[in-house]
Design a protein around this ligand. Sequence first.
Ligand code: NAP
Ligand code: HSE
Length: 430
Amino acid sequence: MGEAVGVGLIGLGVVGSGVVRALAERGEYFARQVGAPIVVRRAAVRDPAKPRNAPIDPALITADVDSLLADPAIQVVIEVMGGEEPAHRYVRQALEAGKHVVTANKELMAKRGPELLALARERGCYLLFEASVGGGIPLIAPLRRDLLANRIASVRAIINGTTNYILTRMAQEGADYAEALAEAQRLGYAEPDPTNDVEGYDAAYKLAVLATLAFRTRVAPEQIRTEGITRLSARDFLYAAELGYVIKLVAVAERRDRGLLARVAPVLLHRDEPLAKVDGVYNAVQIVGDLTGMVLFEGRGAGAEPTASAVIADLLEIAEAVVHRVPNRAAWSPEEELPILGPEEIENRYYIRVTVADRPGVLARLAKCLGDNDVSIAAVNQKEANEDQQTAELVIMTHRARESAVLKALAEIAELPVVSEVSTFLRVEE
Ligand code: NAP
Ligand code: HSE
């Protein structure tokens, strides 16, 4: 057995505690796999007095991250604290000190990944981040290795468990958004401040990481058109189901002739699509390669145990490299600069729900706005009229149309005096 590989954790919350528990329970097995024991030397947290859900000697817990980063007996730093700063500073410091890093931090990798990976390579250090996307689902390693021979055509993913849980409740039980969110919070899926999840930011960070690897181009989160789920109503799920669709928050990156489409938004998916059947807190990622065709990864995208599984996979890869003294030589670097496409270059079919005055000629005025912008209507359905307010709902499905044209038509429709509101606008994902 070789000399022990020393580990320092920054963060001992849900994921950090899961990692410590797994190391305690399976340490001997890991040591046999790697050829050396893996020993937690220190864990840095915000509040060292807090009780921990992990078998760790309290003497190892500190609030002093710098002391951990300066400890020569620590060869691998596991960053599981989250957020961009100070995580970014700590990871840089660790790499500069010649330490390897495992991180579960999607925000960090989405915003700073290429810069940190370049630094890691320069120092011969590993920076691995399997847990940053999809919790326990293997995604980063397949993109780094198993799918490397492919030219990737598209990545389509349900990669936020919280929103998938909320949308599943809305679809299956007719719950409204607020009710489904409250339930997700009660069960501990959604955080007290759910903004990151429900506005799509969490999914956009994850898509940025996946797309950057898949297409070997830099995709920053701010380049991803991101729409959340907060405006959806239970009625949309009903109307979508009548048309044969479900509504899911889907992250898409797709190679098109003139560049890359990159978007996170709730969309209509035909009920027979594989992603349409992914319910509750489950995640799934569908990747199309030119050699493999479609491959589908599905599983638990969050939680202490699944995420610890991914962190430890990275840790074991690094520990083995430490034992055999193999420096990192591989690094991600962009192959090409793919422009990110804007709405003027994207075409889809669209689902539109508009609340209008229930009067003669109203439908014709809406149809004119769409027609004037070269948007062709495929179907119209008038839904429940509100007799008190003398309003009605129109659900319109369009034929394929340029997105910029549809957005312009909708802006005009919203200005019509007979329109109370353009309530919902969703793409049909095909
Ligand atoms: P968490 O439960 O909130 O734990 C965060 C930990 O970091 C806590 O132990 C906290 O200390 C510590 N911390 C926060 N700020 C710190 C600072 N400035 N200095 C030192 N320690 C600090 O978070 P988590 O759910 O474990 O998530 C950790 C990371 O994993 C995030 O990047 C998250 O996105 C990612 N991730 C989480 C999941 C999941 O299912 N939870 C899944 C995949 C990826 P205290 O305990 O003293 O407050
Ligand atoms: N908040 C995330 C989700 C889990 O709901 O999927 C961590 O990535």
